[in-house]
Design a protein around this ligand. Structure first.
Ligand code: GRF
Length: 220
């Protein structure tokens, strides 16, 4: 099967980008990264890409008057790179309807909550404030509504007594780094199908039936 050409869009430190770079370094992994785009020139992820010899591009949203013009510049760059899957990895710009419709089914995002809970920003702070006992992360296809779209994969982690936003974020991020490469691999291998707004995954490993219960059951 031909390798999937990824483009990764970032705005920040790029630890999820790094997880994808590391996955792609394995000869058996069915994808490669052909371009990293940042809307911020000081995004730490740009150095990560450069260190791995991946082409980078900075497209500053502030250089455009209209959202659509910025989005068009992104699409032009992505098409030149022949990207066939766009991975948003901490990309802090809302993409316009035209962009999302153009790339629909080829545009995925990682979000640090168990969607549909806690869409938007400050997910860990809000999870702690809401008093939930289980947090997590989601990889999903992108729709025009923010943090909505067919869910591809999710990972759950417990919230610990005395958790802070920072230590919860760290615990979730560790799982993000496992989840994003898995989701991309499933797509690259043609195992993910969108059916009536949800995904069906074929030939995936069966999850263990052990539930994550928090607090832990006695004697479990
Ligand atoms: C991650 O928590 C991701 O879920 C969210 O933005 C953060 C990006 O972190 N969308 P990094 O730049 O990949 O380290």
């Amino acid at each position: 099967m031909a390798q999937l050409n990824l483009a990764v869009l970032i705005s920040g430190s790029g630890t999820n980008l790094q997880a994808l770079i590391d996955a792609c370094a394995d000869a058996d992994y069915p994808a490669q990264i052909s371009l990293v785009i940042s809307n911020k020139e000081n995004a730490g992820g740009l150095d990560r890409a450069k260190k791995s010899g991946i082409p980078t591009l900075v497209i500053r949203h502030t250089d455009f008057n209209e959202r659509d013009e910025f989005d068009k510049a992104l699409t032009d760059a992505l098409e030149s790179a022949k990207a066939n899957l766009i991975c948003l990895a901490g990309f802090m710009r809302i993409l316009g309807v035209n962009f999302v419709n153009h790339w629909r089914g080829r545009l995925v995002n990682i979000h640090p909550s168990l969607l549909p809970a806690f869409k938007g920003l400050h997910t860990h702070k809000r999870a702690l404030e809401a008093g939930v006992r289980i947090a997590g992360c989601t990889v999903h296809y992108v729709c025009t509504e923010v943090d909505v779209g067919p869910i591809i994969a999710q990972a759950a982690v417990p919230i610990m007594p005395n958790d802070t936003e920072e230590c919860l974020a760290e615990r979730v991020l560790e799982q993000e780094h496992r989840l994003y490469p898995l989701a991309v691999e499933l797509i690259a291998r043609g195992q993910v199908h969108i059916v009536e707004g949800c995904t069906q995954i074929t030939d995936a490993a069966t999850p263990t039936m052990a539930a994550l219960i928090n607090p832990q059951l006695k004697n479990d």
